[in-house]
Design a protein. Structure first.
Length: 164
């Protein structure tokens, strides 16, 4: 049994979240300690819910005062060093389509922007991609040798299927 530091009620240990602590000693060994938090699960949940609602209200107000385009502009500048105007010019240059598959939609639910594809070594922007193409390049780690092997694999599997 343990007394909650918030509500003051004495409750069984099952009513408290467990915490595991690992403390590294000077000699390099690790001492593990298991205990319960000072507040019961009920008080913890009540405090946590208040915090969540506080932040939801904050983000609602933030979204009203900080339009989507302004957020996107800040994100583009921070992540890729380009402005929203440069992003839009790139999109016009690509006729509003993905650079690889020519899809007219970004393909990601809830998003109205294409992904900015860039070289991870030089940080140079290469173009705008739909969600699927961006994930595909990411999974192949921009390795052209692996991409060529994938093309060969697909071509060979087509020929094998025709032979059946």
């Amino acid at each position: 049994m343990k007394e909650c530091t918030v509500c003051g009620l004495v409750k069984p240990l099952e009513d408290y979240h467990t915490k595991n602590r690992k403390k590294k000693r000077k000699d390099g060994s690790v001492h593990c300690w298991v205990g319960q938090y000072a507040e019961c699960k009920t008080c913890w949940l009540e405090r946590n819910n208040k915090t969540v609602h506080k932040y939801k209200d904050y983000y609602k107000e933030y979204s009203k005062n900080y339009p989507k385009d302004k957020k996107k502009s800040s994100q583009l500048k921070y992540d890729y060093g380009i402005t929203l105007e440069q992003y839009n010019q790139l999109l016009v240059k690509q006729n509003g389509k993905c650079s690889i598959c020519l899809a007219v939609s970004p393909g990601k639910a809830g998003s109205s922007y294409f992904h900015v594809d860039h070289c991870h070594v030089t940080s140079e922007v290469r173009g705008l991609l739909c969600n699927s193409c961006n994930i595909g390049l990411g999974n192949f780690k921009d390795n052209t040798d692996v991409l060529l092997k994938a093309i060969d694999y697909l071509n060979n599997s087509k020929e094998a299927l025709k032979g059946k």
